[in-house]
Design a protein around this ligand. Structure first.
Ligand SMILES: Cc1cc2nc3c(=O)[nH]c(=O)nc-3n(C[C@H](O)[C@H](O)[C@H](O)COP(=O)(O)OP(=O)(O)OC[C@H]3O[C@@H](n4cnc5c(N)ncnc54)[C@H](O)[C@@H]3O)c2cc1C
Length: 571
């Protein structure tokens, strides 16, 4: 049972049983940020909600973004004022009220290179950006900097043509963790959440028209079952057209896939104490501070290949290195790149198009579109991570509009802090006391507060019960073994990759992509999930194979050694 937002992987069979036997008001397809948001929106209106995800929560685009919660400075240039305005309001709501433990302000330098024209132009844009934010202001106003001031903050910049810089603020988030927390918050409001369950067909009512539920395949057992719901909501990102095909409907839009690649380099490779945003020929390039690393990206190119695992090519990596090196005094090399990831933007194209278009993908609007192609089925695509709450509100409004049997209250998610947010200030103030009580260092407590907010004590309780779990999972990284156990007992992790790719981000934060930790993860998970020795080896191997496939596709530098892979699989 999901009480208090606990998603215990050991309760999966009970969850699937509930899906098969209960009647739902809303069935949401897709456990990315849009689907998790829709589940929370509907559940917090008092509706009975089921959320079904075919792989893991956030395994699609929602773990592969630039991880910025931002107004989108570049959309101002495209005169997309509504999008920027809404996104800034959302950013501030998340930073100040809904998820202050997860969404954190970050400052960015915008270097200027054209002495006379650029400063007034960018300055006016940033003044507008600040003004759109309104009067409640959880992040500071922008500032003008001289070239010398810019170099003080970012000695990594090439001083050659530098004319000055602007300093402004946005926010950042661990996208996968945020999505998980939204899904858990939906579960806390009684939503039933199931992963590794794929919608393989939609069912119609007696009239042969209205959608009344879905056929679902349990990906772990291959078993199929039906789920009954008054309305089905499609939040399937780049899979949306495929779900429409399953339903045999033609929606008013199609999805255009645009691939975005990021590289990850050590923090020491770029000397700067603020993030940076620099212009490129087609768009902008971000240097985003990420713990002991920088995430540098992104690209924006049409894609028509595999939706589940888009690959980053050497060309993508070369493009990013070249774009970064145009502004850096010490160039980044291929050897600096320790991680690479690629994601697909689910952009909206007109329904008569073939999912491509004349416009380059950088120019396609990031606004979202909602459609009700047939009664009982609402779908949404487009949008941004930042505006997920508004997207969720709009698609749930569309879904309930023909319920007819009662007035469903309007969205209340602007008043629903995510799990871990309520009372955060007091728990932060008591960090020292927590460290003493649980006999761990202050930095461990800070690390946990930044990932779980007020739920950090739940992880610490596991440490108290088994002090072995206080040990770090991988050298040089802050994650504890206890967090692996917690991922199973509270965060619905079913496989090693759920932990190493999304509950933690070792897949791109560690030079070995987390391969060295896979055996330990498998052991800790196996103890809780009843895996025998052979199953543990299979689970470890499964992770190593996934990582090897990613490396082969991305040619992302040296793979973890064969010895390591073999010994891990044997464990
Ligand atoms: C490179 C890049 C950078 C970005 N940077 C930012 C940024 O910094 N800030 C920002 O605001 N936005 C950003 N975005 C946009 C943002 O990441 C996306 O808009 C958002 O993550 C899309 O979420 P989603 O839930 O719609 O799709 P997804 O996260 O892809 O979720 C769809 C889910 O549906 C599931 N699914 C599909 N078919 C089925 C089925 N039949 N049954 C069950 N489940 C199914 C999939 O497995 C998948 O998990 C970026 C996007 C990219 C690609």
């Amino acid at each position: 049972m999901a009480s208090n937002g606990v998603l215990d992987a050991r309760d999966r069979d009970a969850m699937l049983g509930r899906l098969a036997t209960e009647r739902f008001d809303v069935l949401v397809i897709g456990g990315g940020i849009t689907g998790a948001g829709a589940a929370l929106d509907a559940a917090s209106r008092g509706l009975r909600v089921a959320l079904i995800e075919s792989r893991d929560l956030a395994s699609g685009t929602s773990s592969r973004s630039s991880k910025l919660i931002h107004g989108g400075l570049r959309y101002l240039e495209q005169l997309d004022f509504k999008l920027v305005y809404e996104a800034l309001r959302e950013r501030d709501l998340l930073v100040s009220k809904l998820a202050p433990h997860l969404v954190k302000p970050v400052r960015f330098l915008f270097p200027l290179y054209k002495k006379v024209v650029e400063r007034p132009y960018v300055g006016a844009g940033l003044a507008l950006y600040d003004a759109m934010e309104g009067t409640r202001r959880p992040v500071p106003l922008h500032r003008h900097l001289s070239a010398r001031g810019a170099l003080r903050l970012a000695p990594a910049l090439n001083p050659g043509r530098l004319a000055g810089a602007m300093l402004y603020y946005d926010a950042q988030v661990d996208d996968a963790r945020y999505t998980l927390t939204v899904a858990r918050t939906a579960a806390a409001h009684s939503a039933v959440v199931a992963t590794r369950a794929t919608v393989v067909g939609l069912t119609r009512g007696a009239d042969g028209v209205r959608v009344t539920g879905a056929r679902v395949r349990d990906e772990e057992s291959g078993r199929e079952f039906g789920v009954t719901a008054d309305s089905v909501v499609v939040c399937a990102g780049v899979w949306t057209d495929l779900v429409h095909e399953l339903a045999g409907v033609r929606a008013g839009y199609r999805v255009r896939m645009s691939k975005g690649v990021h590289i990850v380099v050590p923090r020491a490779a770029v000397r700067a104490s603020a993030g940076m945003i620099v212009r490129t020929e087609k768009s902008v390039l971000f240097f985003i501070p990420w713990g002991e690393h920088w995430i540098v990206g992104t690209t924006d190119t049409d894609w028509s290949g595999d939706r589940a695992e888009p690959d980053a090519t050497e060309e993508d990596i070369g493009y990013l290195l070249a774009a970064a090196n145009r502004v850096l005094v010490r160039p980044l090399t291929r050897a600096d790149v320790i991680g690479v990831y690629a994601g697909l933007r689910p952009l909206v194209a007109a329904s008569e198009s073939n999912g491509k278009g004349d416009k380059p993908t950088t120019k396609v609007s990031r606004e979202h579109v909602v459609d009700v192609p047939v009664p009982g089925l609402a779908s949404i695509a487009g949008g941004k991570f930042t505006t997920y709450r508004l997207m969720a509100r709009d698609v749930v409004d569309a879904a309930v509009s023909d319920f007819g049997r009662e007035v469903v209250p309007a969205s209340v998610t602007d008043q629903v802090p995510l799990l871990g947010a309520d009372g955060l200030a007091a728990v932060r103030a008591g960090a020292g006391r927590l460290a003493e009580d649980y006999r761990v260092s202050r930095s461990v407590v800070e690390h946990l507060l930044g990932r779980y907010g007020t739920l950090a004590a739940e992880v610490l309780d596991l440490v108290r019960a088994d002090p072995e779990l206080a040990r770090p999972l991988a050298d040089g990284h802050p994650y504890l073994r206890a967090e692996v156990a917690y991922a199973v007992t509270h965060e619905n992790a079913l496989h090693v990759e759920d932990v190493l790719m999304r509950r933690m981000r070792l897949v791109f934060e560690s030079a070995d992509s987390g391969a060295g930790a896979a055996t330990q993860v498998s052991e800790i998970m196996g103890r809780l999930l009843g895996w025998n020795r052979r199953r543990r080896a299979v689970e470890t191997r499964r992770y190593l194979d996934l990582v090897a496939a990613e490396h082969a596709a991305a040619a992302a530098g040296p793979m973890p050694s064969a010895d390591l892979a073999v010994s891990a699989a044997a464990g």
